[in-house]
Design a protein around this ligand. Structure first.
Ligand code: AMP
Length: 145
């Protein structure tokens, strides 16, 4: 999908927000939901999505909602950093398929980086089982509690 287009209310993340699809939740507040990426590029790869918006990407996010959402992104990033103590932390997002976007509801990736460790490819490979992701999620939840 191109950079500009119509928001699809049946995208995966909209379904997760409506509770129609499961997720491994680590954090939720009035403006954002955070959960484990099931195709993690590193251990602890977490996504933070805004609630109550139809923004496909960063450019479409209403300005008045951006600040509170970014505060939630930062809070989750701090929780991941505190829980997993990575050497570095990548906080990023993609706009439009040519930029690498595959799910068209705005989200930020929080990706722990280890010194000298390669990231796995983006949004590929098999989904990781809940048994593998849940213990990592629990550490992040505890750090955010
Ligand atoms: P992007 O390619 O930036 O749009 O990122 C979408 C991300 O969502 C990718 O990193 C995928 O691995 C991830 N993803 C896709 N489906 C799910 C799902 N059902 N639950 C959690 N993460 C998902």
């Amino acid at each position: 999908m191109a950079l500009h287009g119509t928001y699809d209310p049946d995208n995966i993340f909209a379904k997760i927000l409506r509770g129609e699809l499961p997720c491994i939740k680590v954090y939720e507040d009035d403006v954002a939901l955070a959960f484990m990426d099931i195709f993690p590029q590193s251990e602890g790869h977490t996504l933070v999505i805004p609630k109550d918006v139809t923004a496909r990407n960063f450019l479409e996010m209403p300005g008045d909602k951006l600040g509170p959402y970014m505060a939630s992104v930062q809070k989750v990033a701090q929780g991941v950093a505190s829980a997993l103590e990575p050497d570095g932390l990548l906080v990023t997002q993609f706009n439009g398929a040519p930029a690498g976007q595959t799910v068209f509801h705005l989200h930020f990736h929080i990706i722990p980086r280890g010194e000298g460790a390669q990231l796995k490819p983006h949004a590929s490979g098999g989904p990781r089982p809940a048994e593998e992701l849940e213990p990592i999620a629990e550490k992040i939840r505890a750090a955010l509690a």
